[in-house]
Design a protein around this ligand. Structure first.
Ligand SMILES: *[C@@H]1O[C@H](CO)[C@@H](O)[C@H](O)[C@H]1NC(C)=O
Ligand SMILES: *[C@@H]1O[C@H](CO)[C@@H](O)[C@H](O)[C@H]1NC(C)=O
Ligand SMILES: *[C@@H]1O[C@H](CO)[C@@H](O)[C@H](O)[C@H]1NC(C)=O
Ligand SMILES: CC(=O)N[C@H]1CO[C@H](CO)[C@@H](O)[C@@H]1O
Length: 332
């Protein structure tokens, strides 16, 4: 990231007027090269940076999955304050071998989906508001949808934590992880924090995230598709959907300018996500059919109890059911 920023600044001061943003296949990190450069001249450079970056990413990933496996014995050794709390502290009616704290039991001492919610989200509008409504994110027609999967160990079971523990994630869009005992009512929200929607993911939901400044027409199109495809959905804006600056071609005057570029439309399902700049119906339908209803409790259709900021409750798509018997029933 630092390399990217430095080279960007260098570029601004040293390079010719025309340049292009090059993306290594499968990567969302772009590199700026002069427009007239032959493509292969920069390949080695790009390859080197790409390898460095994926090495860093892998290290973060390893550290992340290591902490998922922290268990009681680690905690009792006092080594990791973020590990699963000792079962002995948890009231007996809430204990559960698999998750630490049982799911779906509303209890004010632990989680009743009403008390202490500010531990996960302080209620700030910055997480769901576009402060530059007249200046939306640039729509990058040239960016292909980027689908990535984390390698989640097959025997991984997410842990549940009461509201007196904070749960943090190493990545802005986690695809699995510890979460709260109570999960959200399926539907569209003004905002839902990941500590809630990750529970929906464990139950096979598809979660749609979008940046608050994403183009509203595209957001609307994707929402409609998701609602027509899968009953068990959660839809929420999130400022944690990453945006980055890069070069944008201004077609009429044929010049590249610095602007906000991104893939601000995201679908998340167990272990995988797809990030998109525009709505590609076929890719969305394929993603939902392949990835929904996965996860350790992927076929559980039980409705949730958390409903803070709920805007619209989900209804099964016509031709399907609350079990999502048919995913995207009205699409080929
Ligand atoms: C706790 O973690 C250790 C390694 O960190 C592992 O060997 C052990 O099986 C784990 N215990 C339980 C109960 O998960
Ligand atoms: C958090 O709440 C649970 C359930 O009431 C309790 O057992 C636990 O001791 C509390 N932990 C802390 C750090 O207060
Ligand atoms: C809300 O936005 C702030 C500022 O970007 C960020 O630090 C915080 O993690 C966000 N909260 C959630 C729940 O996404
Ligand atoms: C919760 C979690 O995964 N934390 C890890 C995030 O990454 C750093 C290192 O990059 C680790 O030290 C944390 O344990």
């Amino acid at each position: 990231m630092i390399i990217y920023k430095i080279s960007f600044i260098l570029f601004l001061s040293l390079s010719p007027l025309y340049a292009k943003l090059v993306f290594k296949p499968g990567s969302d990190v772009g590199y700026i090269v002069p427009d007239d450069a032959p493509d292969n001249e920069y390949e080695n450079e790009i390859e080197k940076k790409y390898l460095q970056e994926s090495e860093i990413k892998n290290e973060v990933k390893r550290a992340f999955w290591d902490t998922l496996f922290d268990n009681i014995s680690d905690l009792e050794k006092g080594e990791n304050p973020r590990a699963t709390p000792p079962f002995s502290n948890i009231p007996e009616n809430l204990r559960d071998e698999k998750h630490g704290v049982a799911m779906g039991i509303s209890d004010q001492r632990c989680d009743d989906a009403k008390t202490n919610l500010e531990v996960d989200w302080d209620g700030s509008p910055r997480n769901h508001t576009c402060y530059t409504p007249k200046k939306r994110l640039n729509v990058r027609l040239d960016l292909q949808p980027l689908e990535t999967c984390d390698d989640i160990p097959p025997n991984y079971t997410p842990k549940h934590f009461c509201m007196n523990y904070s749960i943090l994630y190493n990545t802005s869009i986690p695809t699995a992880g510890s979460h709260r005992p109570l999960w959200p009512v399926f539907g569209e929200y003004r905002f839902v924090p990941p500590q809630r929607w990750l529970h929906s993911i464990e139950h096979g939901s598809v979660v749609m995230l979008y940046h608050p400044c994403a183009e509203p027409l595209l957001v609307h199109r994707l929402k409609t598709l998701v609602k027509e495809c899968v009953y068990k959905h959660i839809i929420t804006p999130s400022n944690m959907v990453t945006i980055r600056s890069g070069l944008i071609k201004r077609r009429k005057i044929k010049i590249w300018v610095v602007g906000m570029c991104s893939q601000p439309l995201v679908l998340v399902a167990w272990g995988c996500k797809i990030e998109m700049a525009v709505v590609d119906e076929e890719r969305v339908v394929d993603f939902i059919r392949a990835r929904a209803l996965k996860g350790p409790e992927g076929t559980l259709s039980k409705q949730g109890t958390f409903s803070q900021e709920l805007i619209e409750k989900s209804v099964p798509p016509s031709g399907s059911s609350i079990n999502d018997a048919n995913l995207c029933p009205n699409f080929v």
